[in-house]
Ligand binder design. Structure first.
Ligand SMILES: Cc1cc2nc3c(=O)[nH]c(=O)nc-3n(C[C@H](O)[C@H](O)[C@H](O)COP(=O)(O)OP(=O)(O)OC[C@H]3O[C@@H](n4cnc5c(N)ncnc54)[C@H](O)[C@@H]3O)c2cc1C
Length: 459
């Protein structure tokens, strides 16, 4: 006897805020699980930090991840809603309460620079103080005719405050551009890629030149901890002294290789402490010498010694924090997550977080857990220090992707306990999503949209 066919499982509807590495991963996984997923992305292209945070010489990684994101957002259950900023074009409450989504995933990254921790510093933005996020956005789009954002001029002898991977990329950008300019003065043409891939010494050797002959005063990266503490590699949880020493040696080795190839300088144990201002322009910083507590290597102790350093300008590259969205509770500069692992806030029970929005500054435990996926080989590939160049650098995104997978599983488990929206309610919800797609001119194909919204001179 034939049984009656099982009633089709009604789908849940889930909203994702941010369509880049984390958001696209979550969306595709939930859609593959049968959900209908609306992805709200504020920019025309959903590439996030991969387009605007990783300098453009990460050419292969960018192309690969761009394709990956487009593929994931093209999944039949995913409804891509570009040019839609949650908090401006759509209210957060629309997604958490009014439209009828079963869950909302925050995957909006971390786009605000952590402020340089010196009273009054931000008065000098545009007058000697540069923040990393707008700097890299410009660096990546500088060659585009229609680029409309803030512009910068790269000079030598610059102060960079930082210590993480992103600050090394900022130092590299300075050294590569200064070298290019010095070579151009000698009538030698070079591209950033020519210099980045093999390293500056190799390129110069081909022209019978040494770096000192170029007359460039290298930029200096000031870091408040020791070189061995740089957050370039994570120590596994519960690592013993031998393992820790290996990780520390690995960090030093990575940095030494980077200096050999790109000639920037590093001054460790120096924390920004005051501004050096002349003619209402920031021309340097006062630093405080730090030391590491002998009994507890994680404890940093300020000393009485201060010293002044001058430079052409100061770049602050000390981390990115999430932009506030009206309706999202904040605690200081961070989102007020109650569960940092899954990005959950008790007052918003349908909300989950994934990617940089939760692994930004302050979330040491979750960052560590996911950063275990990142090995020394990947970091060396990312920084262009491996013998094979950048091959394998895509591993650097594995931490974010693993978070996306974890968030998708948590959301799926959560919505499994809820009643899916009734068919009519789902229809109404999807109609609201389509209405917004029509308002921004999105015709239904992510690939066509991307084609139409990529400048012809986009690198
Ligand atoms: C130099 C450098 C080194 C890095 N190294 C590592 C590493 O070692 N390990 C690691 O995990 N990560 C690393 N990262 C970060 C890496 O780039 C990220 O892990 C990953 O790209 C972040 O992806 P995401 O999707 O979380 O955030 P993003 O790429 O920032 O994407 C967020 C998206 O949300 C959109 N958005 C923001 N606000 C809104 C809103 N209100 N409404 C709608 N859309 C919104 C943005 O436009 C963006 O497209 C590094 C980054 C840099 C720059």
């Amino acid at each position: 006897m034939k049984g009656r066919p099982a009633a089709p499982v009604r789908p849940h509807a889930i909203a994702v805020i941010g369509g880049a590495t984390a958001g696209a991963e979550v969306a595709a996984r939930l859609a593959a699980n049968g959900a209908r997923v609306a992805v709200f992305e504020m920019n025309p292209r959903p590439y996030g930090k991969v387009e605007d945070g990783l300098p453009r010489w990460h050419h292969a990684l960018r192309r690969k991840e761009f394709e990956g994101i487009v593929g994931k957002l093209s999944h039949p259950g995913v409804h891509f809603v570009p040019l839609t900023k949650v908090g401006r074009d759509v209210a957060l409450e629309d997604l958490t309460e009014r439209w009828g989504f079963s869950a909302v995933v925050l995957a909006c990254g971390a786009w605000r620079d952590r402020p340089l921790p010196i009273e009054g510093a931000d008065r000098f933005v545009g007058r000697g103080l540069v923040y990393q996020n707008p700097f890299i956005v410009w660096f990546n789009h500088a060659g585009e005719r229609d680029y409309a954002g803030p512009r910068f001029v790269i000079e030598d002898d610059v102060i960079i405050v930082g210590g993480g991977l992103a600050s090394i990329d900022v130092a590299k950008a300075h050294m590569l551009e200064c070298t290019r300019a010095a070579l151009a003065k000698r009538g030698i043409d070079s591209t950033v890629l020519d210099l980045e891939v093999g390293g500056i010494p190799k390129f110069l050797a081909r022209h019978g030149l040494g770096f000192e002959e170029l007359g460039i005063r290298p930029c200096t990266l000031y870091y408040r901890r020791r070189i061995e503490d740089m957050p370039l590699m994570e120590a596994p949880e519960g690592a013993d002294a031998i393992r820790l020493a290996k990780v520390e040696a690995g960090r030093r080795k990575i940095l030494e290789k980077a200096i050999e190839k790109y000639f920037f300088r590093v001054e460790p144990l120096a924390a920004p402490d005051g501004l050096v201002v002349e003619n209402d322009r920031l021309i340097g910083l006062r630093f405080r010498r730090m030391r590491v507590d002998a009994g507890d290597r994680n404890r940093l102790v300020p000393t009485d010694e201060t010293f002044e350093r001058r430079g052409r300008y100061v770049v602050s590259s000390i981390g990115s924090i999430p932009e506030p969205i009206p309706g999202l509770p904040m605690k200081g500069e961070l989102l007020a997550f109650d569960d940092w692992d899954l990005g959950r806030i008790a007052a918003l029970p349908t909300l989950f977080g994934a990617g940089n929005v939760v692994t930004g500054k302050g979330n040491i435990v979750a960052s560590r857990k996911h950063a275990q996926h990142v090995t020394q080989a990947m970091v060396e590939a990312f920084l262009g220090l491996a013998p094979e160049g950048h091959a394998g650098e895509e591993g650097i995104l594995e931490a974010t992707l693993s978070q996306g997978r974890q968030a998708a599983e948590a959301v799926a488990a959560h919505v499994a306990t809820l009643e899916p929206p009734a068919p009519l309610a789902l229809e109404r919800l999807l109609e609201r999503v389509k209405e917004r797609q029509r308002a921004v001119g999105f015709g239904g194909s992510v690939a066509v949209w991307i084609h139409d919204h990529t400048p012809p001179d986009f690198e």
